[in-house]
Ligand binder design. Structure first.
Ligand code: LLP
Length: 427
């Protein structure tokens, strides 16, 4: 459920007509709904109200500081994968005790930064990383809390590029390695091993692989405890799918929580979850304007292909180009009843064929200047955007009730160019 609705024939975000935001800020622009973020976080948190569980929002899904602050105020923590994300979470008001630091290939500098910031858990993904962390912790005279990330060798997720849980993916260590590294961390005296972690993929809509992975994780906790090692925390990662237009409704957080209880089968342990998409995806849209319709008649003069060219492009929302993802495009003004639908490819202005949002979409008549919204764009939209083709980053706007604010302005061209000083010999 989300708070993007048609009222009086016009798509709104909460009580604000999207057209008003387009007029004030221009397009393309990301628009986020506070009420939707709050609802999604609360639904997830409530599903685990019967357990000790930290919900650490995956900052990579949406790192806008205002979005993070909305979640921080509800008590959310943050799952971070870089110094930049830790800095964002702290700036948004997330206390270090609710920040977890994950990710392959953390640098020495990042590890030191995380220790000094006092994050609640560093997810160690490999033996070289463990060894590096021991050295850094010793140097700082600190004893950071660590979890060992296990790769359960179970594939899941909406696309090969986002499945992380197979043994041939780069993430984590095997179960036997995890046992060895846990004991090694325990023996090191400069690390405080508190638990184990896993994350098997993203946009997961079938709970069975997750249940299998979590049951294996329960087994690991029991094995470690049987060896006399203390294990107080189990981080089960993120990955629960969000409803996109063309996909069946994914399991709800309540169904997910019931599955977790079943898989853990009475195991007494603190849990951490790292949901990103399920909280943010449907809380945002990418608002765009039609530039024109490009008709390409066949050589024989008969109707050929039609392209709807919009002012958003793959640099603003890369998911279709990168993962063959589909984002429904909804006109902001409701088409008149009985309007003819016609098939068009929806494309952006970037100079490559990959800049295609969808093929042969059935769309109502649209004219230059008309507004439309790519739905379900609140996760992995703005965070993955770039300035490819020297297109300034799309701004971000947060709506709350009848008010809205620009929470990341569109850079001016002067700002864009000023970031690149000439080499002195060229100045
Ligand atoms: N925790 C870890 C360790 C992760 O690697 C991820 C996502 C998450 C949590 C959050 O997963 P979520 O709940 O959002 O599924 N850019 C891709 C998605 C990449 C996900 C990477 N890891 C996309 O646009 O589909």
């Amino acid at each position: 459920m989300n708070f993007f609705e048609v009222r009086d024939g016009e798509l709104h975000c909460e009580d604000v007509p999207l057209a008003r935001i387009a007029e004030a800020v221009g397009t393309p622009v990301y628009v986020y709904s506070t009420a939707t973020l709050e609802r999604h976080y609360n639904v997830f948190q409530t599903a685990f109200a019967h357990r000790r569980a930290l919900v650490a929002f995956a900052v990579k899904a949406n790192s806008n500081l205002s979005v993070l602050r909305v979640l921080a105020r509800l008590g959310a923590g943050a799952d971070t994968v870089s110094e930049g994300e830790i800095r964002r979470a702290l700036a948004a008001g997330m206390p270090p005790q609710r920040i977890v630091f994950s990710g392959m290939g953390k640098t020495a500098h990042e590890l030191a930064f995380a220790i000094e910031a006092g994050v609640s858990e560093i997810n160690v993904e490999s033996e070289p990383e463990l060894d590096l962390l021991v050295k850094i912790a010793e140097g700082l005279g600190a004893r950071p809390a660590v979890t060992i990330r296990v790769n359960p060798d179970i594939a899941a997720g909406g696309h090969d590029k986002i499945a992380t849980g197979k043994s041939d993916n780069k993430f984590g260590v095997s179960f036997s390695e995890a046992e060895r590294l846990y004991a090694k961390a325990y023996a090191s005296r400069s690390l405080n091993p508190i638990g184990v972690a896993c994350h098997i993929g993203s946009q997961i809509t079938d709970l069975r692989p997750m249940r299998a992975a979590f049951a294996k994780m329960r087994g690991l906790v029991q094995t470690l405890r049987a060896q006399g090692l203390p294990v107080e925390r189990l981080d089960l990662g993120g990955g629960l799918g969000a409803p996109y237009f063309d996909q069946p409704d994914p399991p709800s957080p309540a169904q997910f929580a019931a599955m977790v209880d079943e898989a853990l089968d009475g195991l007494d342990i603190d849990l951490v979850f790292e949901p990103g998409r399920v909280i943010a995806a449907n809380a945002g849209v990418l608002l765009t304007s039609v530039i024109h319709i490009h008709e390409r008649p066949n050589e024989d003069g008969h109707a050929g292909k039609r392209f709807l060219v919009v002012d958003a492009a793959m640099n603003d929302l890369v998911r279709p180009a990168m993962y063959d993802a589909f984002h429904d495009l909804r006109p902001v003004k409701t088409p008149r009843a009985g309007a003819n639908l016609s098939a068009m490819d929806v494309v952006g202005p970037v100079c490559e064929t990959g800049d295609t949002f969808s093929r042969d979409s059935l769309l109502p008549p649209l004219a230059p200047g008309d507004l439309a919204a790519f739905m379900t764009a609140g996760a992995y939209g703005a965070t993955m955007s770039s300035e490819y083709n020297s297109r300034p980053l799309a701004p971000e706007v947060l709506v709350r009730g009848a008010e809205f604010a620009v929470t990341r302005p569109r850079p001016t061209y002067e700002e864009m160019l000023a970031r690149e000083p000439f080499a002195p010999w060229l100045a």
